[in-house]
Design a protein around this ligand. Structure first.
Ligand SMILES: C[S@@+](CC[C@H](N)C(=O)[O-])C[C@H]1O[C@@H](n2cnc3c(N)ncnc32)[C@H](O)[C@@H]1O
Length: 207
């Protein structure tokens, strides 16, 4: 987990304990329910935790905000962000129930209190509003935006205006064109120097 401390500091002892708990917990749970590819589990902190925290490097969520993680799978980016922002509430949603089981077990064992979980397709969530939606590796930008837009409150209380923040890789030109949107695009390799982050991007679309 030193790779986290290379880029972020000022964690409380509780946050450090929670980050440290992730490796044994995900290693144990991933053997029962596969949420991270088996070869990737050794690179949990770089490929999953730090990648998730690229969102924290660009968006300083304010205490009391509500953030939905769409298609969280085993809890990325929602779980690392919930540890990073203990005053922010994270609602983690996935359409596959058994993945929610892993997230629930990890959050409980690590004592992460600011997370709720919902087994649902995000399109079916009604009557709830969030300041931000976050997502990694779930759907084309066009679909993510169609699902997310009705769930967002407008506002500007964080370092970024309220909206969708998604993590994506590869050549995004066609995907952005097809979305009809003009997202702000951040190269994650400008934040973190490890080769894993080459060709990885963070996209932000304002509500
Ligand atoms: C490739 S996995 C990524 C999981 C996690 N975000 C990560 O980066 O490790 C995509 C996840 O999105 C979920 N998903 C896809 N479409 C969804 C939808 N419409 N509503 C909720 N979850 C969805 C899938 O069940 C799957 O767990």
């Amino acid at each position: 987990m030193d790779i986290i401390l290379k880029y972020f500091s000022d964690f409380t002892p509780q946050q450090l304990q929670q980050f440290a708990a992730l490796q044994p917990l995900y290693t144990e749970w991933n053997e029962k329910i596969n949420v991270i590819s088996r070869k990737d589990i050794q690179s949990l902190y770089e490929n999953h935790v730090l990648h998730s925290l690229s969102i924290a490097a660009v968006a300083n969520f304010a205490g009391g905000m509500q953030v939905i993680d769409i298609g969280t799978g085993g809890g990325f980016p929602g779980v690392p962000l919930a540890i990073f922002f203990p005053e922010v509430h994270f609602h983690l949603v996935d359409s596959i129930g058994k993945k929610m089981k892993v997230v629930r077990a990890v959050a409980e064992a690590a004592g992460i209190k600011n997370i709720t979980m919902q087994h649902a397709r995000v399109e079916d969530i009604k009557n709830r509003k969030f300041e931000f939606a976050v997502s990694r590796a779930v759907a084309p930008l066009k679909d993510l935006w169609r699902w997310t837009k009705p769930l967002l409150k407008k506002g500007n209380e964080a370092s970024l205006s309220n909206g969708l923040i998604c993590l994506k890789g590869g050549d995004l030109a066609q995907e952005i064109y097809e979305s009809g949107l003009r997202p702000n695009v951040v190269r994650i390799s400008e934040l973190f120097k490890e080769p894993y982050f080459d060709e990885k991007f963070l996209l932000h679309v304002s509500a």
